[in-house]
Design a binder for this molecule. Structure first.
Ligand SMILES: Nc1nc2c(c(=O)[nH]1)N[C@H]1C(S)=C(S)[C@@H](COP(=O)(O)O)O[C@H]1N2
Ligand SMILES: [Mo]
Length: 316
C-alpha cells in the first residue's frame, strides 16, 4: 500500500486502490461494465448513472476516459497553485513548507452547524469514493485524474445550511511562512471561490483528499480541495480552511483580478472564448495534438439543466 499515515486514513485495500494495483482494479471495473463515476453517482440517481456511463465512454469520438488517465508524475508536477509560485513546476518544488496535518476548517454563515472542524469531522474517510474526472484548465490544457474523495453534498449536509444560503464560498489558507508565493500579490489572498448552492449539491461536485489512492500531495491542494469537473480548473480551490454559506454571489479571486476575463460560473464552454484566446480546443497533457473541447467538459447531460434559461455568454 502506498497510503501513508494510516492513523488518519485507516483504509483497507479494497476501499482505496494503491497506484500499483490500480491497473488490475481498472481491468475489473471494465469487465464489470461500470466506471467509477457512473457507479458512485448511480447510488444517488440511476438515470444520472446511465448518462454518466454514456458520457464517460464516448464524448470525444472513440475515447474511453479510463484509458486516458494522466500519470501520477504529471498530475503532481504540472500544477497551478499560485501560493507557491506562478510556474507549473513551482508547486512541486516549493510546497513542502505547507503543514497539512493537523488541519481544521472554519464554517460560518447561514447554517445550523457553524464552528471549527477537524478534517476528520467533515470527511468520512471510511467512505471515500474513486472518481475519474477530466480537468480542463482555462489555459487550454487538460488532464484526466483519478480522485479519491466524497461528494461535496455530504459535507454540506453535515453543516445544514438554512434556506437563506444561496451560495457556498471557500477560502484557501493564508500564511506567508507556509505559502511563500503569498509574499507577492499576484492575486489578493486568500484564494477565494464559490458555487451556487444547487451546483454545490450536484452529485458530481466533490471534495477530494487523494489521487491514485494516495493522500493529496501539497501541490495538489492537501489536505482537501474542491473538484468541479464541468468547470474550469480554477474553481477547484485548494487547501481549504474556510467554508461560508452566503446570500449573495461571492466575489471570487479571478473575477476580482480580471472581471471581463473570468466569470463566476466558469463553466467549460468551447463557444465562449477567453478574451485573449479561444477555448475551442485543448491539449491533454501528454498528447502532442489538440482535441476539441466539449461543452461542460463532457458532463453536459448531467449538469446542463442547472443553467437552463441562462445566457451563458453573459454568465460565463
Ligand atoms: N488556492 C489555490 N487553488 C487553486 C489554484 C491556486 O492558484 N490557488 N489554481 C487553480 C487552477 S487555475 C487549477 S487549473 C487547479 C490545478 O489543480 P492541480 O494543480 O491539482 O492540477 O487548481 C486550482 N486551485
Ligand atoms: Mo487553471
Amino acid at each position: 500500500m502506498l497510503i501513508r499515515n494510516k492513523d488518519s486514513w485507516e483504509l483497507s485495500e479494497n476501499e482505496v486502490t494503491s497506484e500499483s494495483d490500480y491497473k488490475s482494479r481498472r481491468e475489473f471495473i471494465k469487465a464489470a461494465g461500470i466506471v467509477s463515476v457512473g457507479a458512485t453517482a448511480g447510488l444517488l440517481n440511476p438515470s444520472l448513472a446511465m448518462a454518466t456511463l454514456k458520457t464517460a465512454t464516448g464524448p470525444y469520438s472513440g475515447e474511453d476516459i479510463r484509458d486516458e488517465l494522466n500519470d501520477y508524475n504529471a498530475i503532481t508536477n504540472y500544477n497551478n497553485f499560485y501560493e507557491f509560485g506562478i510556474n507549473k513546476d513551482d508547486p512541486a518544488k516549493y510546497s513542502h513548507t505547507l503543514v497539512a496535518k493537523p488541519w481544521s476548517v472554519t464554517v460560518d454563515g447561514h447554517c445550523e452547524n457553524p464552528g471549527t472542524y477537524g478534517i476528520e469531522d467533515l470527511i468520512d474517510f471510511n467512505k471515500l469514493e474513486e472518481r475519474i474526472y477530466r480537468m480542463r484548465c482555462v489555459e487550454a490544457w487538460s488532464m484526466v485524474i483519478p480522485w479519491n474523495g466524497v461528494p461535496l453534498s455530504e459535507v454540506i449536509n453535515k453543516l445544514k445550511p438554512t434556506n437563506r444560503a444561496k451560495y457556498v464560498y471557500f477560502e484557501t489558507l493564508v500564511d506567508e511562512k507556509q505559502m511563500p508565493g503569498q509574499r507577492r500579490n499576484v492575486i489578493k489572498w486568500p484564494y477565494r471561490e464559490g458555487l451556487r448552492m444547487d451546483e454545490a449539491m450536484h452529485p458530481l461536485a466533490m471534495i477530494a483528499v487523494g489521487i491514485y489512492g494516495e493522500e493529496l500531495l501539497n501541490q495538489n491542494g492537501a489536505p482537501l480541495r474542491l473538484v468541479v469537473p464541468w468547470k474550469y480548473g480554477f474553481k477547484g480551490v485548494k487547501s481549504i480552511v474556510k467554508i461560508s454559506f452566503v446570500e449573495d454571489e461571492p466575489n471570487t479571486s479571478w473575477m476580482r483580478l480580471a472581471p471581463h476575463e473570468y466569470g463566476f460560473y466558469a463553466n467549460v464552454n468551447p463557444e465562449v472564448s477567453h478574451p485573449r484566446w479561444s477555448q475551442a480546443k485543448e491539449r491533454r497533457i501528454g498528447d502532442f495534438s489538440r482535441r476539441r473541447t466539449l461543452m461542460f467538459n463532457g458532463y453536459g447531460e448531467q449538469v446542463a439543466h442547472l443553467y437552463s434559461g441562462m445566457d451563458l455568454r453573459k454568465n460565463f
